[in-house]
Write a protein that binds this ligand. Sequence first.
Ligand code: ZN
Length: 277
Amino acid sequence: MAAEFHKVFNMEGFDKDQSPKWQMVPVNGTRYIALRNGAGLTVRSEPANVLTISEIPRSQLPTTGRHLMPLQATDRIFKLVGTGKGHALVKAIAANGAVAAQLQVDTKHRKTVSVTFNFVNDSAGHHTRRSPTAAVSWVRDMNWIYNGQANIFIHLRTTRSLAVPTDLGEEVTWSAGVNSEWNQLTALRDPAADMNYFLVWEYQQDADDTDAGTLTGNCIFEDNAGHAIGVTMAHEMGHHLGADDHYDAARRIHLMHGITDARGEHLPMEDVNVMNP
Ligand SMILES: [Zn+2]
């Protein structure tokens, strides 16, 4: 059996689909990795100034709140600590010098994104059905996705009621015009927040009835945007952080899959490296 690196905890920034496989490690933070079929191999990381790696007994694995993956009795457990920003290659090397398994690592500084939720009403009485009391749970759901996988932390700046002095109609629409409803609404953003969510009753973009649209730190998010609201908000946050949709059914477990409520919560290497470069 070939030696292979495996994740120890779920949702902590491991990407098995890369070659070599990939792990995100926070600068000044810790991740754990398992080496399967690796008896007798020497494990080291290059270059020396990105992370330290040390083998630990399984009893020293912490309780992280994350799902512990099924491990095999002979799996060797390693603790990775980010010591500097950069890219590293972890190698498991046989006595004859052959590299039996590799793992690529990117270390990431902690990145904070502040958000304000605007609960919109207009001059004609249209208003969102959503309530500010839900904001804490949306942010919790976003942090569940982003903290472990990308070392990105969402900070709830504030929630507020936002009265728009015009009639936005049955649908808030995006268009390129200077006086578009998108522009009217986003002009009222909280300038102190990195990202503003505008909760509206109905949103339309390019004649499509989309759930939400995100551009330049603003997201218009409608009342009918599916069921997994925190996940959909995290998906829109992904656009704010520079990642694009994909519609690859084989990667439906990814957060950036384009179909609301069909998507998962995983962030692959390519998304993490865009969101938190
Ligand atoms: Zn999208």
